[in-house]
Design a protein. Structure first.
Length: 196
């Protein structure tokens, strides 16, 4: 089973271990449960790649805090970037993530997504552990924070690898030299070369 967000390089987290489980944190876990259900529904749909990408794109926009992710990926230049470039970067990152999901979750083969009820806390964020079992097995940690009145995903960690850290590393030089607009163009080129 592959990761839930694109992996362009291997960046292994060397940070502290997760904090001890917190008391019942149903909001973050409920967000992930709803997200998992929608992923499974897309997997079961049998849609061709373009339609699957469209479904995942809507799901990413709904479930992830893409503006926050884009700001973290772009780095210091985010605040001063023109609004049009920020919007383009958010859209490109959303589509890029959707393409990765559509490639990694093509069809359903009996996979089960089990949420650990003991939600972890890391500062103000919640970490929800999901075990995927069925045709293969994988353990994912979803990092969420409060966005507006609900929860949003800001990172997915698999095998000690932070998808957000990978994206930041992969796009660092582009962001440093060309800002948000250049990142949007690079992601569009990458996806076009991959035929998506």
């Amino acid at each position: 089973m592959k990761s839930w967000m694109p992996l362009a390089a291997a960046v292994v987290l060397a940070g502290p271990a997760l904090a001890a489980p917190a008391a019942a944190e149903t909001g973050a876990a409920a967000h992930i449960a709803a997200y998992d259900d929608k992923v499974v529904a897309i997997m079961k749909s049998g849609l061709p790649m373009p339609a699957r990408v469209a479904r995942f794109q809507a799901l990413v926009a709904q479930s992830y805090d893409m503006p926050a992710i884009a700001a973290l990926v772009i780095g210091p230049g985010w605040a001063s970037a023109p609004a049009a470039d920020r919007a383009a970067a958010i859209a490109a990152l959303t589509r890029h993530s959707a393409i990765s999901l559509a490639r990694n979750f093509k069809s359903w083969s009996g996979e089960r997504f089990t949420i650990d009820p003991a939600v972890q806390q890391r500062g103000p964020d919640s970490i929800v552990k999901v075990t995927i079992s069925g045709s293969g097995s994988d353990i994912l940690y979803f990092r969420l924070h409060r966005a507006g009145t609900g929860w949003s995903i800001v990172d997915v960690i698999s095998g000690g690898v932070s998808q957000l850290a990978v994206q930041r590393s992969d796009l660092a030089s582009t962001a440093a030299t060309g800002g948000a607009g250049a990142v949007a163009k690079r992601l569009a080129q990458v996806d076009a070369k991959a035929g998506s």
